[in-house]
Design a protein around this ligand. Structure first.
Ligand code: ADP
Ligand code: ZN
Length: 354
């Protein structure tokens, strides 16, 4: 069992993180004893597979199951959950346990932060993506007015329990989704990059990935500890994401993780054109992203796709696009490009790739 304590420098709430076999069945119950009532929040898929185990382990006094899927990350689900919590008579000293992927973690974390101005929240991430990324760092939100994560708060879970027992039932697609953020962490941390590069040929192997989860949590937690509210170094976690979000908006068929891998390839190539970078390393990173992407992926012309990048929150000047590009091992830079340049170069890169 690996453990760490995330203590943000900003002195927001601190969080304990348990990672490994036994995190869910042995560690979580120790925390739950402190609460008179335990309310479980999960989604329809997770409940179908793990419902009995969850009830047995948590001794749940109340349960709310949302429909699975990002399209349900809405105010409707949030308020339905809050209603169920009120009906169960939860008090300030009771707790919410969010068991699921990133969607459940986001909505559950927000509900726990809002209910009676905040009750204890325990996160049990059940997807690879949620274990290595979204469950760590205290970001909570719902999508609103057509904008992803528009309404939310920073609120650290009291504890996070990342247990490999949940990962065996993930689809290959879901596994790749987590892999996108794992490779991104590798692009920001040299030691992690070396470990990933050594496993280049077996990157989607679940046992390999399980062995990498704690390193990823540690890295993410170290970034969050320095910059909980994303005013500085936490922005580095947007690496590859300007182009990733642009592709994600244009092609609904690709998952976020796949788009992150594609975004990193494009932004590494932009770095090759515009920065004093380590060419050999960037080519290795590109090879790693391609290995993680696996089979064939095709992208349509960037004429429309590139325009989506103009919506990115990082952009500071009208008519230019800011990307967080990898440049050297463990190093990134913010690159601001006039829109025309971004458009022409990404289209050229796409032609070479596809
Ligand atoms: P994320 O990929 O951000 O973690 P979701 O919360 O939407 O996003 O989870 C992705 C999908 O995987 C959902 O359909 C969810 O129900 C399902 N899921 C979550 N955990 C598991 C699991 N351990 N095994 C199988 N499916 C799961
Ligand atoms: Zn991401």
């Amino acid at each position: 069992m690996n453990t760490l304590r995330l203590v943000p420098e900003s002195r927001g709430g601190q969080s304990e993180i348990f990672c490994g076999e036994g995190a869910f069945q042995e560690q979580l119950p120790r925390f739950l004893r402190a609460h008179a009532k335990r309310f479980v929040f999960t989604d329809s898929n997770v409940s179908a597979i793990y419902g009995d185990l969850i009830k047995r382990t948590t001794g749940a006094d109340g349960l709310f199951v949302m429909e699975a899927g990002e399209e349900h990350k809405t105010e409707r689900t949030l308020f339905a959950l809050l209603s169920a919590m009120a009906e169960a008579g939860l008090h300030r000293t009771d707790c919410l346990i969010a068991v699921g992927g990133g969607v459940v973690g986001d909505v559950g974390g927000l509900a726990a932060a809002l209910y009676m101005r905040g009750i204890a929240c325990y996160q049990v991430p059940t997807t690879l993506l949620a274990q290595v990324d979204s469950s760590v760092g205290g970001k909570t939100a719902i999508d609103f007015h057509g904008v992803k994560n528009l309404v939310g708060v920073f609120s650290q879970a009291k504890a996070v329990f990342a247990d490999p027992l949940f990962l065996d039932t993930l689809s290959p697609r879901e596994v790749r989704c987590g892999l996108g953020e794992i490779v991104k962490h590798g692009a920001l941390n040299g030691a992690l990059f070396d470990r990933l590069f050594a496993h280049q040929n077996g990157l989607t192997d679940l046992e390999t990935l399980k062995s990498l989860v704690f390193d990823n949590i540690q890295f993410k937690a170290s970034v969050v500890a320095q910059d909980e509210k994303e005013s500085g170094v936490r922005k580095s976690l947007n690496l590859g994401h300007t182009t990733a979000h642009a592709v994600e908006l244009a092609l609904k068929t690709l998952s976020h993780g796949e788009c992150v891998l594609i975004g990193m390839i494009f932004e590494a190539k932009l770095a090759l054109l515009h920065t004093e970078c380590d060419e050999g390393y960037l080519n290795e990173l590109i090879a790693l992203c391609k290995a993680a992407l696996g089979g064939a992926w095709k992208l349509p012309s960037f004429e429309e796709t590139a325009r989506n990048a103009l919506l990115d929150k990082k952009n500071t000047e009208a008519g230019s696009v800011v990307v967080t590009a990898p440049v050297k091992k463990g190093k990134y830079c913010l690159l601001s490009l006039p829109f025309e340049t971004y458009l022409n170069e990404t289209e050229q890169i796409r032609r070479e790739l596809c």
